[in-house]
Design a protein around this ligand. Structure first.
Ligand code: 13P
Length: 250
């Protein structure tokens, strides 16, 4: 049985006051821990300390939305994986499409960040996904495999077993347009199949999450698919009732 995850990506949202309310509501509604299932919130970096204070002992984990590929030195504005780990974070989202599209993260940088996260003991949540134009021109498989392959080439296939993979079609992010469970599962099965060709065990055991307009109303159907091992949640992770509903669907 593969590990299953619901991971919230708060993106550039929140304040000390609103986070406090959200985290407390999540804690209250979370319930007892369930073996093999993990709930995570990935907060803006300045709020890692708040997440640590609020969530410690709650059963909910916390993480960052990125890490630098640099470890230390004259790199203004960067935040290292080691710094993130100091705040008790266990996870780091790597290669989100917004980082790739808006801030120029390349496949090589993503691979490097994946390595930095691992080195500091964080679980990298590696995101891949195609744009609408890429999907419409039949390039989905080629694009997502290229994105993933950079990391496999750099760190070896077995490194994937230390992370989590997330398929997030760009056209489904924040658009309210979800991939159908069938569409998502087809891509997950493709990814798992390619990874299995390289290492059967890694392919079998890798958790592959779906992200893109997941809500409590569509989570049950998505999570029922054999190759979907949970979700990476944007907008709905900012609303406690939605996020807990998605968690309960896992
Ligand atoms: P939405 O759930 O808002 O579509 O965002 C998905 C996402 O980008 C999670 O990383």
């Amino acid at each position: 049985m593969r590990n299953r995850f619901v991971i919230g990506n708060w993106k550039l949202n929140g304040s000390l006051v609103s986070n406090g309310l959200l985290l407390n509501t999540l804690k209250t509604g979370f319930g007892p821990a369930i073996a093999g299932k993990t709930c995570v919130v990935c907060v803006p970096t300045p709020y890692l300390s708040q997440a640590q204070t609020e969530l410690i002992g709650s059963g909910i984990e916390w993480g960052s939305q990125d890490v630098s590929c640099m470890e230390i030195g004259a790199y203004t504005g960067e935040v290292s994986a080691g710094m993130v780990a100091e705040f008790g974070a266990k996870f780091a989202i790597i290669g989100h499409s917004e980082r790739r599209a808006v801030f120029g993260d390349t496949d090589a940088m993503v691979a490097s960040k994946f390595g930095s996260a691992l080195k500091s003991g964080l679980v990298p949540v590696l995101c891949v996904g195609e744009s609408l134009a890429e999907r419409e021109s039949g390039k989905t498989q080629e694009v997502i495999w290229r994105q993933l392959h950079a990391t496999i080439e750099t760190h070896g296939i077995k490194s994937l077993s230390l992370g989590v993979l997330a398929y997030e079609p760009v056209w489904a992010i924040g658009t309210g347009k979800t991939a159908t469970p069938g569409q998502a599962d087809e891509v997950h099965a493709f990814l798992r199949g390619k990874i299995r060709e390289l290492n059967l065990e890694v392919g079998e055991n890798l958790s592959i999450l779906y992200g893109g307009s997941v809500k409590k109303s569509n989570a049950v159907e998505l999570f029922a698919k054999p190759d979907i091992d949970g979700g990476l949640i944007g907008g709905a992770s900012l609303v406690a009732e939605e996020f807990l509903g998605i968690w309960n669907a896992l």
